[in-house]
Design a protein around this ligand. Sequence first.
Ligand code: MV4
Length: 486
Amino acid sequence: MRIIRACREQGLGTVAVYSEADREAPHVLMADEAYAIGPAPAAESYLRIDRLVDTARAAGADAVHPGYGFLAENAHFAEACQAAGLTFVGPPPAAIRAMGDKTSARRLAGELGVPMVPGTLEPVRSDAEALAVARQIGWPVMLKAALGGGGKGMRLVQRETELADALRLARTEAQGAFGDAAVYLERYLTEARHIEVQVLADAHGTVIHLGERECSIQRRHQKLIEESPSPFVDAELRARMGEAACRVTRAAGYQNAGTIEFLVDADRTFYFLEMNTRLQVEHPVTEMVTGIDLVREQLRIAAGEPLGYTQADVSWRGAAIECRINAEDPFAGWLPSPGTITGLRAPAGPWVRDDSGVYEGFTVPRYYDTLMSKLIVWGLDRPAAIARMARALAEYKVAGVRTTIPVLEQIIAHADFRAGRLSTAFLERVLPSLHPAEGRHRSVAIIAAVLSEYERLGRATLPESTTPNGATPLWRLGARAGWRGA
Ligand code: MV4
């Protein structure tokens, strides 16, 4: 839907593809045309390069936008599109490949003198080599799959005695998940921030950055909240990280939109981690503070148009925050909660953007990612954006499936979040102190109060809207908290 919107504004027609589970998905209803590509399991539909390319050709499409999941970082897919005469709206296959191998990305950063987390520049060849490197760089260390990324295939090793087992498991996992057992090793930074820089590169040699996104709040390497700018990054650090990000982008022969991930220490030292060769889920926070439509830029770059502006033309205004609304139950081990959405009221109002993929009556399929919507707000400064996010989350009502909304509300209200005291350790530290079930207990109390009021009055009419002492009765608070009004 995000891509369809950008296409419409550019005067481009759109073709959606869908699996059997997504027959009634909103992007299918929204596109000019839509084609079924197979059964629900992604391996038989969204990951079928042959079917995607055949469908694009049959529909008469000129270009293919890979989105931000499934095949978005697959060099074979990019090549297959090009071989079929379709413009791939993304980087050249060679750049995807160079950055997809995380050790090759580290070698490039190393050649350019871009600082990176201490570790190996090649996959480790033996237990003995891994041990020698770990002893040299210090514990804890992290094993990462060379073809992994985004936290997939990572394994933390605290001490020497755990290394051999961890290596074996990491290799087996990497082989299973990525078809390649290669694993490299990095020093594990325990309290750093995860900050990424958005870059744009056109086909005419212009490479610019659009500033950073703070993405430290992740659970099992799924981001929950992202923001721009990072409360930790000042103009000087932004310029230094931006310059490093552009240097890597240019050297990789990169074109289109991309993201360079860094870890940033308390002393403002930054370390290159990896590059994501796609548009990212959290791209809206960058759009909100720069005013630049990233999908429009992707389409223009893919069409060979020059960016038409320089680094000096980019400016940042205010603060933006994104919360990911997932169909998961944070009180039940974050279990996926697919099912039919029986009630839905999305927040609205000034500077509130709800990039949603669901509607009332839609059934969230159990086959894919649990992401239902991304709620993005903008404010003149970070406190204003936080207040707006708290307001918007309180307006958000979803019935039928469990969502992450209550836990997001509590994180947004947390003193450390408000103070910008963030690190990759933040969520693990604060989760035990959160009590998101309170919202649910409160709802039960409100419903009980409404029922007892009806019983007391002995009739099926609404009770008075104020109590004798003038206070607002609990049932009316309930109505206000609900989505149908009193
Ligand atoms: C790390 C790290 C610390 N040290 N690498 C996670 C996703 C991915 N793209 C990189 N990630 C990390 N890599 C080293 N050498 C910390 C993270 C990380 C993280 C780790 C645990 C809990 C939350 C985290 C949030 C962001 C990044």
